[in-house]
Design a protein around this ligand. Structure first.
Ligand SMILES: Nc1ncnc2c1ncn2[C@@H]1O[C@H](COP(=O)(O)OP(=O)(O)OP(=O)(O)O)[C@@H](O)[C@H]1O
Ligand SMILES: [Mg+2]
Length: 218
């Protein structure tokens, strides 16, 4: 599903990841940890084709990101769900419409969109706020909307950057359970987190980024 080979990610004068190699298989549930500034978000952005990598190879769902043209990356993204560290909800749109966005892009029928959005709104316990705007929600509520939006078009790969960063224990568990159930459907889920969840009760992998390297922790 995701294969990195001697992948180097660097900004102007700073190498963030230095020739890292790893393989994430289809259906894996992966947690990525590392200190602030270690390169977690950069790695997710590279996998999403949003960041130019310096050298090496990065294959995502059979697409070689480092060589792919814009059109190919756009197509690939239709099968990826992303939760951004800063939510990136559309301010002028209701919660309901924000969650529906990936489905609208995919031209799904209104019936499918309604069913899927309602189910997700119930999952994240925000059905009663469906018609509110993001600014009328708390940070944690917005984050849950961001998670629901990432999942709405049933992507094969989910990339989540600190999806529980602003959540209390109860909401974190709600979101983790949502990811778990998606993973149980065979979807690949990659979650960047500061805090490893405890008692997850399912098989998962743990990668740690440190000083430009990425190591799997067993
Ligand atoms: N657009 C950019 N231009 C230049 N440097 C950047 C850019 N984005 C990130 N960096 C630098 O790259 C390093 C890794 O950043 P990144 O956001 O990937 O870290 P992170 O592990 O996600 O940190 P955090 O836990 O704080 O979110 C940091 O030192 C950061 O300053
Ligand atoms: Mg980050």
């Amino acid at each position: 599903m995701i294969r990195a080979q001697d992948l180097t990610i660097a900004y102007d004068n700073e190498t963030v990841l230095d020739k890292v190699s790893f393989l994430i298989e289809t259906g894996d549930l992966v947690f990525i940890t590392g200190k602030s500034g270690s390169g977690k978000s950069s790695l997710l952005r590279a996998i999403f084709g949003e960041l130019l990598v310096q050298s090496g190879l990065l294959n995502v769902s059979g697409v070689e990101i480092t060589k792919a043209k814009k059109g190919k990356i756009k197509k690939l993204r239709r099968h990826i769900g992303v939760v951004f560290q800063d939510y990136q909800l559309i301010k002028e749109w209701t919660i309901e419409k924000n969650i529906a966005m990936p489905l609208m892009i995919g031209s799904y029928s209104k019936k499918t969109i309604d069913t899927q959005v309602n189910s997700l709104l119930n999952h994240i316990k925000l059905a009663h706020k469906a018609h509110r705007l993001p600014e009328e929600l708390s940070g944690g509520e917005q984050q849950r909307v961001g998670v629901a939006r990432a999942l709405s078009h049933s992507p094969n790969l989910i990339l989540a950057d600190e999806p529980t960063g602003n959540l209390d224990e109860y909401s974190s568990e709600m979101v983790m359970n949502l990811f778990k159930s998606i993973n149980e459907l065979g979807k690949t889920v990659v979650i960047v987190t500061h805090k490893m969840p405890s008692n997850l009760g399912v098989k998962f992998r743990h990668f740690h980024i440190d000083r430009g390297g990425i190591h799997e922790i067993y």
